[in-house]
Design a protein around this ligand. Structure first.
Ligand SMILES: Cc1ncc(C[n+]2csc(CCOP(=O)(O)OP(=O)(O)O)c2C)c(N)n1
Ligand SMILES: [Mg+2]
Length: 472
C-alpha cells in the first residue's frame, strides 16, 4: 500500500487494519475495548480460491511449489528527499521545512556534535566517568524529534541525545546529569548519558537493552485509551528509539507483536548504524534489515536515509499521522546512518573495524554536511556563519560544563529513598552500616562533596524514627 502525504508518496508495507473495536460511552464515560476473541473460521468450500482460516486470511491457493526466497527479492527501498549533494530530488514536492526551521535544526545538530566532542575529551581527561557520542546519527534524533508533539511519550536507548536537545533539554541539564550533581533531575542515581525528563515526557534511559520496547507498547496502549477517553485533548503517541542490535533481543519481538495485535499508537524508530558495539549487522541477521520484520508483524513500515534530515522529518510526521489514524496502530521506521564514533568511551572500534571504513563514511555522507550543502545552496549559510556558530556553541558548552563540575553531589540519602514509602527494617540496617563505614574511613570517602555529608544519613534515620514515634 502507499501512503499519500501532501501530494507525495511514501511507500510502506501496510498489511492489515483492525476492525473498529473501541467504544466510548458518553453516559458512563467509560472506554471499553472489544478484542475479537476468535477469528471467523470459514471452512473452505470445494470452489474456494483462498484460505479462510484463523491463522492465515485471504491466502490464495496455488499449484506452484515455490518457497519464499527473501534474498531473491529487491531490498526494501530507502526514502530520501535530498541527495548527497544537498539537492532536492523531487523539485515539485520540495521541502516542507521553513528556512528558519532548517537553520534551527542545523544549529542543534552542530551543538550536539560539539557537545559530544568536548564531553568525549573530558572523559579522556578523567573529568567524566563515561560518555557516548551520536556522531553520524544527529539527523535521526533531531529530525524525528522535530516532527513529534511535545506531549508525545518518548523512550530512548542512549544514542539519542538529540531527541532531548530538540525537545528542550538545556546544556545545563545535560551537564548536571553527566556530573550527577545536586541539579541532576535523576538525583545522581544513574550513570552518565542516562538522561530522563518528566517535564519533556521522556522516560529515563535504561542500559538494559530493549526494555524500552515493551514499555513503549504498554504506554501506547494506555495512550490509546486516553486518546479515546479525552477526545478534546490532542491525541498522543508513544515513541521508541532503539538500535538494530537491540532488535535481536526477545523484547523487540514481544513489543512489536503486542503493539500490532492491540493496534496501539506506537512509533518504533530503529537506528540502524551497522554495529552493536563490535558486532556488525552481518553477524546479527540475515534478513533485509529491521524493516523486513515490521511486515512480518503486520506493521506499516518504512526505511529512511538517516543522513537526510528532511526525509527523517517527513517520514516521522507521516508515521505519527498513521499511528493515530483509526484509533491507533503501530508504525516502524528503520533509519539508516553509519555509527561514525566508537560505541562509547569504553570502546576502541579500531580493534574490530578498519580506520579507512570510518574515514570513508565520514567523507562520503553525514547529516550535518548534507543539510549545510542545502542551506548554502539557498544562500542561508556560509563559512563566516559556521565559524561564529561553532565558536559560540563551544563557549556555551564549556560554560555549562564548568558550572556543573563545581556543584556538589546530591545527598547520599538518594541511594535509599523513593523505593518504598518509608525505609524498611533491612534498608535501615544498610543505612546504618554505610554511615558507620563512611565515618570510620573519612580519608577514603570524601563526603564533603555530597550535600549534607554523612549527616544526611543521620537525618534519614531520624526521619523514620519520628514518623514511627520511636524515641531516638
Ligand atoms: C540486555 C543487554 N545485553 C547486552 C548489553 C550490552 N550492550 C550495550 S550496548 C550494546 C549494543 C547495542 O547495539 P545497538 O542496539 O545497535 O545500538 P548502538 O550502540 O549501535 O547505537 C550491547 C550489546 C546490554 N546493555 N543489555
Ligand atoms: Mg547499532
Amino acid at each position: 500500500m502507499s501512503i499519500r502525504h501532501s501530494g507525495r508518496r511514501l511507500r510502506a508495507a501496510t498489511l492489515w487494519s483492525p476492525p473498529a473495536c473501541l467504544h466510548h460511552s458518553a453516559q458512563t464515560s467509560k472506554v471499553t475495548v472489544d478484542w475479537p476473541r476468535s477469528c471467523r473460521a470459514v471452512a473452505s468450500t470445494p470452489t474456494a480460491e483462498k484460505v479462510l482460516f484463523p491463522g492465515a486470511l485471504n491466502s490464495e491457493f496455488t499449484d506452484s511449489l515455490e518457497f519464499l526466497r527473501p534474498g531473491a527479492n529487491k531490498a526494501i527501498p530507502t526514502y530520501r528527499v535530498l541527495n548527497q549533494y544537498g539537492e532536492v530530488l523531487d523539485k515539485e514536492i520540495g521541502v516542507d521545512t521553513s528556512d528558519e526551521e532548517a537553520l534551527a535544526l542545523y544549529r542543534n545538530m552542530v551543538c550536539l556534535s560539539i557537545m559530544d566532542l568536548l564531553m568525549f575529551e573530558a572523559q579522556r581527561q578523567g573529568r567524566l566517568s563515561f560518555y557516548m557520542v551520536s556522531a553520524g546519527e544527529e539527523g535521526i534524533s533531531i529530525g524525528s524529534a522535530s516532527a513529534l508533539s511535545p506531549t508525545d511519550v518518548v523512550f530512548c536507548q542512549y544514542r539519542e541525545s538529540g531527541v532531548y536537545l530538540q525537545r528542550g533539554f538545556t546544556l545545563a541539564d545535560f551537564m548536571n546529569q553527566l556530573f550527577a550533581n545536586t541539579q541532576d533531575c535523576g538525583l545522581g542515581r544513574n550513570m552518565p548519558v542516562h538522561y530522563g525528563s518528566s517535564a519533556l515526557h521522556i522516560h529515563t534511559i535504561s542500559s538494559t537493552l530493549a526494555t524500552q520496547l515493551p514499555h513503549t507498547a504498554g504506554a501506547a496502549y494506555a495512550l490509546k485509551l486516553q486518546n479515546l477517553h479525552n477526545p478534546a485533548t490532542p491525541p498522543r503517541v508513544a515513541v521508541c528509539y532503539f538500535g538494530e542490535g537491540a532488535a535481536s533481543e526477545g523484547d523487540f519481538h514481544a513489543a512489536l507483536n503486542i503493539a500490532a495485535t492491540r493496534q496501539v499508537p506506537a512509533l518504533f524508530i530503529c537506528r540502524n548504524n551497522g554495529y552493536a558495539i563490535s558486532t556488525p549487522t552481518s553477524d546479527q541477521y540475515r534478513g533485509d534489515g529491521i524493516a523486513s520484520r515490521g511486515a512480518g508483524y503486520g506493521i506499516a513500515t518504512l526505511r529512511v536515509d538517516g543522513n537526510d534530515i528532511f526525509a527523517v522529518r517527513r517520514a516521522t510526521k507521516e508515521a505519527r499521522r498513521l499511528a493515530l489514524a483509526d484509533g491507533g496502530k503501530p508504525v516502524l521506521i528503520e533509519m539508516m546512518a553509519y555509527r561514525v564514533g566508537h560505541h562509547s568511551t569504553s570502546d576502541d572500534s579500531f580493534a574490530y573495524r578498519q580506520r579507512v571504513e570510518v574515514e570513508d563514511w565520514k567523507r562520503r555522507d553525514n547529516p550535518i554536511t548534507r543539510l549545510r550543502k542545502w542551506l548554502e545552496g539557498r544562500d542561508l549559510w556560509d563559512e563566516d556563519k559556521e565559524k561564529e556558530l561553532r565558536g559560540r556553541t563551544r563557549k556555551e558548552v564549556l560554560a555549562a560544563f564548568e558550572r556543573a563540575e563545581k556543584l556538589k553531589k546530591p545527598s547520599i540519602r538518594n541511594a535509599f529513598v523513593d523505593v518504598y514509602e518509608e525505609l524498611t527494617q533491612e534498608q535501615r540496617m544498610h543505612v546504618e552500616e554505610l554511615r558507620d563505614l563512611l565515618r570510620r574511613y573519612p580519608k577514603e570517602y570524601d563526603m564533603d562533596q555530597y550535600e549534607g555529608g554523612v549527616g544526611a544519613l543521620d537525618e534519614l534515620l531520624a526521619e523514620g524514627q519520628q514518623a514511627k514515634n520511636i524515641p531516638t
